[in-house]
Design a binder for this molecule. Structure first.
Ligand SMILES: [Zn+2]
Ligand SMILES: [Zn+2]
Ligand SMILES: [Zn+2]
Ligand SMILES: [Zn+2]
Length: 362
């Protein structure tokens, strides 16, 4: 007998990811093999907050003051070709050789290296940048020598670059993000969550499920069990949280993967069918109607126009394949409201209508 009904799905609430919003972009690697953009909001969390020129200067002056093993760097600003290193060198060459070279390179050269990678990761440079990044990532991924032991000897900047290449996350290059050397190494070897705002030890909560055990770097506290990505969206139908195992799934990923489909109502077992969510991590099902209702009742009054339309679209897509009368009605209601809003219907009215609709369903 399933107990799914008594354990409704979780809503991704702000308390869960409170600090996420104030951090710079920690988006996922663009090198992931699946390029499917689930929805236009996918890029919404890309809020890069790179420092202003003034902050950069301040940092540089600070660095310039710092003591260094190679005092001549203050005189020789131009790095000779012999000592120069490239991102490819860092990605491909032995840790201590690069580390030693880096000690003798001026800070602005190292900053430029980081900046080069950052630009590459931003993806604005077109396919050439993308290809170069994939080459770097391949170099890093195929090296057996990058271990906890060897990385201890890495130069700080070298480590930041290696982690950024490995994870595809440019936040590791950000001047204001200062993870300890140990934390960076742990992120590199997948012992710590690569989401800078999460940083939990992996496997999170010592979970022994197949997904946590088999997916390198997967964190069940912040990532989607299907696409392994994370973002900072809360108060939304975009994320479905399984209350049985508390792992998270993007609604879009679940729809695309057929994890949202008709099934026997958990309430009555073999009775009528309804739209269910099947969690990939624990393989249990939960009903969706009550969850969607919960999300709307908790969050809808605070949504702005665009958010409301987006959420109605989520619900519409969740229940599109619904075959039971309640699910069908909800689908049509959402479609109707989206159309009306496009025609100018006030969001406050639309919000009231959908909340009344949910109330009438139970
Ligand atoms: Zn797990
Ligand atoms: Zn995490
Ligand atoms: Zn996903
Ligand atoms: Zn689950």
């Amino acid at each position: 007998m399933s107990v799914a009904f008594s354990l409704p799905l979780s809503i991704r609430l702000p308390s869960f990811l409170q600090i996420f919003a104030c951090l710079p972009d920690a988006q996922e690697p663009r090198s992931n093999s699946d390029n499917i953009r689930e929805s236009p909001t996918e890029s919404a969390s890309s809020q890069e907050t790179w420092p202003t020129a003034a902050a950069m200067m301040a940092k540089k002056m600070e660095n310039d003051k710092a003591d260094n093993d190679c005092p001549e760097q203050f005189i020789i600003r131009r790095v000779s070709g012999v000592d120069k290193i490239s991102l490819r060198d860092i990605a491909g060459e032995q840790v201590d050789i690069i580390s030693e070279k880096m000690l003798c390179l001026p800070d602005d050269f190292l900053d430029e290296l980081k900046n080069g990678l950052r630009v590459m990761l931003e993806g604005s440079g077109g396919s050439q940048h993308r290809e170069e990044f994939l080459i770097l990532q391949k170099l890093v991924n195929t090296r057996p020598d990058l271990t906890e032991k060897t990385l201890i000897r890495a130069h700080r900047v070298q480590l930041e670059i290696l982690v950024a290449i490995n994870t595809g996350i440019q936040a590791f290059l950000h001047p204001s993000i200062s993870l300890s050397q140990t934390s960076l190494i742990e992120v590199f070897v997948f012992k710590r969550c690569r989401n800078i705002a999460c940083q939990n030890q992996l496997p999170a909560d010592d979970c022994t499920c197949e997904i946590c055990a088999s997916k390198s770097g997967f964190c069940n506290l912040c990532m989607c069990v299907i696409c392994n990505k994370f973002d900072f969206e809360v108060n939304t139908c975009r994320w479905v949280g399984c209350d049985l195992c508390s792992h998270w799934t993007h609604t879009d990923c679940a729809i695309r993967d057929g994890q949202i489909c008709m099934g026997p109502s958990a309430k009555s077992g073999a009775g009528p069918t309804e739209m269910l969510f099947r969690c990939r991590a624990c393989n249990r099902t939960s009903e969706l109607l009550g969850w969607v209702k919960d999300v709307f009742q908790h969050c809808a009054p605070a949504w702005e126009r665009e958010a409301l339309m987006r959420e109605l679209d989520f619900v519409s897509r969740i229940f599109r394949g619904s075959e039971d009368p309640r699910g069908r009605k909800l689908f049509w209601k959402c479609e109707e409201l989206i159309e009306k809003m496009k025609g100018g219907l006030e969001e406050s009215t639309a919000c009231r209508v959908i909340l009344m609709f949910f109330q009438g369903m139970y």
